[in-house]
Design a protein around this ligand. Structure first.
Ligand code: NAG
Length: 346
């Protein structure tokens, strides 16, 4: 028994030590929500070409910041010689690198790592290649790191992108990734975005430009041959094919299928209709306003063609009558018949 108890407590102690160790091993994870947006962007991992481009852009910003005007005055020739040496000087490189990747936002941490990784290459470019090859992006990201391609090229071997006819983007454009296929803009289709997508028609075309426009809203799926409701192949619901004129004509649902309630009036719209509430003085109407009533609402009477509030003494009289009427049936069910004539008298 005693031995057993000893064993149990030993196991428990061991477990608790393990638990503590496990906790200490993993640093307390700060939940993503608690991190600020800025911190999240900073630690974001970008795709390789994008990351290299961020680094190069930050370097270029540094170059701009350390640029010194040639027109500050002084001896022009001496100035030029001094600036010429400064332009590619170690001093300037250090100045640029001091704030490299600072405040780039997305991928800042990655930028610092990459800057370290490529430090000697950047230095090499700065000292040896800057004049002959002024484009750092081409030199570093395309040629040295081989993570990007020049604009208009894609994939591991930097194959040329299709043109996508100016109506789409080449997948992987400018990077070592992607398949070079066109991702067409809305309304365009085909492998090279050189045809119109569904429910679009060709509004302009020459050898190197194609413009597609959306079919008229009267046209259903199936598209159209051109602009306007007359060019539809099939009409959308709410429209009907006019066999004589050839095209889609709006259906006036207010005539054909008025589903508004008695206290509403119907307004036809293109392809549909709306039910709007009558003026509060109407119980039925043909349109908006107190002059469009077909019947007056309770408490209103027709006066000079308008439903008008029934004047005070009359309405107070009628309301006291109504109160009596309401009270009557509750006294006895038999009295219902008795109250009927009273109602007619009103
Ligand atoms: C490729 O990218 C460049 C630069 O962003 C752009 O000018 C060009 O139109 C793009 N080409 C295609 C086909 O996406």
């Amino acid at each position: 028994m005693r031995l057993n108890r000893l064993l149990v407590s030993f196991v428990l102690v061991t477990l608790s030590i393990y638990a503590q160790l496990a906790e200490a091993d993993v640093p307390p994870e700060v939940p993503n929500l608690a991190k600020s947006k800025k911190d999240r962007q900073k630690s974001e991992k970008l795709p390789p070409c994008r990351a290299c481009t961020v680094l190069v852009n930050s370097f270029r910003d540094g170059m701009k910041r350390t640029e010194r005007s040639k027109h500050d005055g002084g001896d022009a020739a001496w100035e030029e010689e001094r600036l010429g040496s400064y332009k590619t000087s170690e001093l300037r490189l250090v100045e640029i690198q001091e704030s490299l990747c600072r405040d780039v936002g997305r991928g800042e941490d990655q930028c610092h790592l990459l800057a370290e990784e490529h430090e000697s290459q950047i230095e090499d470019w700065w000292k040896e290649h800057q004049t002959a090859q002024p484009d750092l992006h081409q030199w570093l990201c395309v040629e040295q790191a081989q993570v990007c391609c020049p604009d208009g090229f894609f994939g591991p071997n930097c194959d040329p992108c299709p043109s996508c006819f100016g109506n789409g983007k080449c997948k992987g454009n400018g990077t070592r990734k992607g398949n070079g296929k066109c991702a067409c803009e809305e309304g365009y289709g085909g492998d090279n975005c050189d045809s119109c997508g569904p429910e679009h028609y060709k509004s302009f075309r020459d050898t190197d430009k194609l413009l597609c426009s959306k079919c008229h809203k009267a046209c259903a799926a199936g598209g159209c041959t051109g602009a306007g409701p007359n060019a539809c192949r099939v009409c959308r619901s709410g429209w009907i094919m006019d066999s004589q004129r050839g095209g889609c004509t709006d259906i006036d649902e207010c005539i054909t299928a008025n589903t508004c309630t008695k206290q509403q009036f119907c307004v036809n719209t293109e392809g549909s209709f709306n039910c709007l509430e009558c003026d509060k003085s109407c119980d039925a109407c043909d349109g908006d306003g107190p002059d469009m009533c077909k019947e007056c609402a309770d408490g209103f009477e027709l006066r000079d063609g308008l439903c008008t509030v029934i004047s005070k003494d009359e309405s107070s009289e009628s309301s006291s009558d109504t109160a009596e009427l309401d009270a009557a049936p509750s006294e006895s069910t038999e009295s219902t018949e008795d109250t009927e004539p009273t109602k007619e008298e009103l």
